[in-house]
Design a protein around this ligand. Structure first.
Ligand code: ATP
Ligand code: SKM
Ligand code: MG
Length: 171
C-alpha cells in the first residue's frame, strides 16, 4: 500500500470529507480531516475564522496540516482531507510534494445545493464567492495534485472506489 498519507484536496463542497471517510473505510486506514482537527482543538471553524482573521487562520491551519502529515509518516497510513483553502499556504504545498495528493474536481452546479446551509467564508452571494475562490485556487490544486478525480457524479463510496483503483493502477 501507500507510504504516508493519501491527501484529498479541492474546492469547498467537493466532497473531500465525505469521500475521505469512505476511502479510509474502504482501505481500512484512519481518516483525518484538517477542519475536524482544527474544530476539535480550537472550536467551530466559523467562530475561529472570525476571531483570528484569514491570515492567522491560515497559519493555524498550516500548522495543523503539518502535524497531521507528520503523524502519518513512516509506516502508518491514513487518508487526510484538507480544508478548501489549505493549499493557499506555501509551506503546506511544499509538504504535499511528498504525499499522494488527489484533487476532487467539481463545479458550481454540483456544489451549489450543498452550500445552501452557508459556509463561513461565503458571506453575501455564495455562488459568486465560491466561483471566485474556485478559480483562484485551481492553479494551486493543479500544482500539488498527483491524481485527479471527476467528483461531479457518483456517491462518496463510488468515488472512493475510483480513487483506490487509480492508486492501485500506478503500483
Ligand atoms: N459525491 C457526493 N454525492 C452526494 N453528496 C455528496 C458527495 N460528496 C459530498 N456530498 C455532500 O456534500 C456536502 C459537502 O461535502 P463535504 O463536506 O465532504 O465537502 P468538503 O469538500 O469536505 O467541503 P469543505 O471544503 O467545506 O470541507 C456534505 O453534505 C456531503 O454529504
Ligand atoms: O474554502 C475555504 O477557504 C475554507 C474551507 C473550509 O474547508 C474551512 O477550512 C474554512 O471554512 C475555509
Ligand atoms: Mg471538509
Amino acid at each position: 500500500m501507500h507510504e504516508g498519507a493519501i491527501v484529498l484536496i479541492g474546492s469547498t463542497g467537493a466532497g473531500k470529507s465525505a469521500v475521505g471517510e469512505a476511502l479510509g473505510r474502504l482501505l481500512g486506514i484512519p481518516f483525518l480531516d484538517s477542519d475536524h482537527e482544527l474544530a476539535a482543538v480550537h472550536g467551530p471553524i466559523p467562530e475561529l475564522y472570525a476571531s483570528l482573521g484569514e491570515e492567522q487562520f491560515r497559519q493555524l491551519e498550516a500548522e495543523t496540516v503539518a502535524s497531521l502529515l507528520d503523524g502519518t509518516g513512516g509506516t502508518s497510513h491514513a487518508v487526510l482531507s484538507l480544508g478548501g483553502g489549505a493549499v493557499l499556504d506555501d509551506g503546506t504545498r511544499r509538504l504535499l510534494g511528498r504525499a499522494t495528493v488527489v484533487w476532487l474536481e467539481t463545479d458550481l452546479a454540483t456544489v451549489l445545493p450543498r452550500l445552501a446551509g452557508g459556509r463561513p467564508l461565503f458571506g453575501g452571494d455564495v455562488a459568486t464567492a465560491w466561483q471566485r475562490n474556485h478559480e483562484l485556487r485551481r492553479p494551486l490544486y493543479e500544482e500539488v495534485a498527483t491524481h485527479r478525480i471527476d467528483a461531479r457524479r457518483g456517491s462518496p463510496e463510488a468515488l472512493a472506489e475510483e480513487i483506490a483503483a487509480a492508486l492501485n493502477a500506478q503500483r
